[in-house]
Design a protein around this ligand. Structure first.
Ligand code: HEM
Length: 193
């Protein structure tokens, strides 16, 4: 990673491509209902900020980008999803980690290895996953959620090309009478600041 990924003296590597304010209005959420499911078109703003670096156990140094995602339903303009978290990059082995929480009582630590850039070197793909059965890249949830609306797995892919971003994510739920329901979200965004 080169000079252009350095912000205030810290090399954010691939994470530098995320920094800024992104807006998108082509979102589609698929989520569970007792009698089936609903699909909601949405728009959102995601802000990513360079947040410095950390050293763990005097060995591992991670660069850190902090984010806040605010998602609104198109049909009534109400915020129906809010998420805060971090993306971390470890240059030693090119590991990326996304940690986040949502205000239902669920926290996720998802990880992956950064894919090699595409041929033209323009697209950066961040792909991470977590599984509730894992003590490492896993999911922790409050008792009500664990019993009634359990997240069993999570995967997320973000692709950035210049000022364009697209993502898809999949949150696997055991809820109502559904086992492994795929609660999914996709959107495309543009950097606006
Ligand atoms: C753009 C992103 C997302 C949107 C728009 C969204 C929206 C929704 C909606 C509309 C529901 C069902 C209706 C409701 O009860 O409110 C729901 C349920 C749920 N979501 Fe999401 N969600 C998103 C991402 C996530 C993520 C990343 C997670 C966790 C990793 C998550 C976890 C859950 C859980 C556990 C439920 C079940 C609770 C319930 O339906 O009562 N969601 N979400």
């Amino acid at each position: 990673m080169g000079e252009h990924t350095t912000i205030d003296g810290i090399d954010y590597g691939p994470l530098a491509s995320l920094v800024g304010t992104w807006e998108g209005n082509k979102g589609v959420d698929r989520s569970p209902e007792p009698d089936g499911e609903e699909r909601n078109p949405y728009y959102e703003t995601i802000t990513f900020e360079a947040a410095g670096d950390v050293t763990n156990a005097e060995q591992q140094t991670l660069s850190v980008v902090r984010y806040h995602q605010v998602v609104s339903r198109k049909s009534n303009d109400e915020v129906f999803h809010d998420q805060v978290g971090y993306w971390l990059w470890d240059p030693a082995d090119n590991t990326i980690v996304e940690t986040f929480t949502i205000p239902r009582g669920v926290a996720v630590v998802a990880g992956g290895t950064l894919a090699a850039p595409d041929e033209a070197g323009q697209e950066i793909v961040f792909e991470v996953a977590a599984d509730a059965s894992s003590p490492e890249f896993g999911i922790v949830q409050a008792p009500f959620m664990f019993k009634q609306a359990k997240t069993t797995a999570f995967s997320h892919t973000i692709t950035v090309k210049g000022d364009d971003m697209r993502y898809s994510e999949s949150t696997i739920l055991d809820i109502y009478d559904k086992k492994s329901y795929d609660h999914s979200d996709v959107n495309t965004l543009r950097r606006t600041g």
